[in-house]
Design a protein around this ligand. Sequence first.
Ligand code: CMP
Length: 153
Amino acid sequence: MIERTLVLVKPDGVQRLLVGRIIGRFEERGLKIVGLRLVAVDRGLAETHYAVHREKPFFPGLVAFITSGPLVAMALEGPNAIGVVRSMVGATRPHEAAPGSIRGDLALETAQNLVHASDGAETAAAELALWFAPGDLVDYGRDVDRWVLAPAD
Ligand code: CMP
């Protein structure tokens, strides 16, 4: 099933000059970028995005971190994109993330784990709507899709 999902390259990824490499990993896999923004996140957006963690002890630090500098928000599309992207990102705690995953290769600390990715279909829909206006997501075809995607029935 063709899905869309949200990925954030967090402020640590921007500051560590890893934006291009991280986007490149998704591109190389065949996922299609259908939305892309550099965002200086304000407190309201940060608190809404991480509302599920509002009661956690790390919440104030998480909001401070995510508002500490610009991040890159992207919408990715592809077959089973939500699960594919989650597995490429790796476990939340980088010391548990498999080598070969983004966190497993590039991160060490949970608080600075480089990337956020939607964890399910409902979350993806809500997070995409939070970070992108409907007109910001672009439908387009790629010539390479005939080598990446299964032919339509
Ligand atoms: P993310 O996938 O963006 O979803 C929630 C974020 O909270 C998570 O990545 C981490 O960056 C952060 N987080 C989760 N647990 C902790 C923790 N124990 N301490 C600090 N930050 C955490």
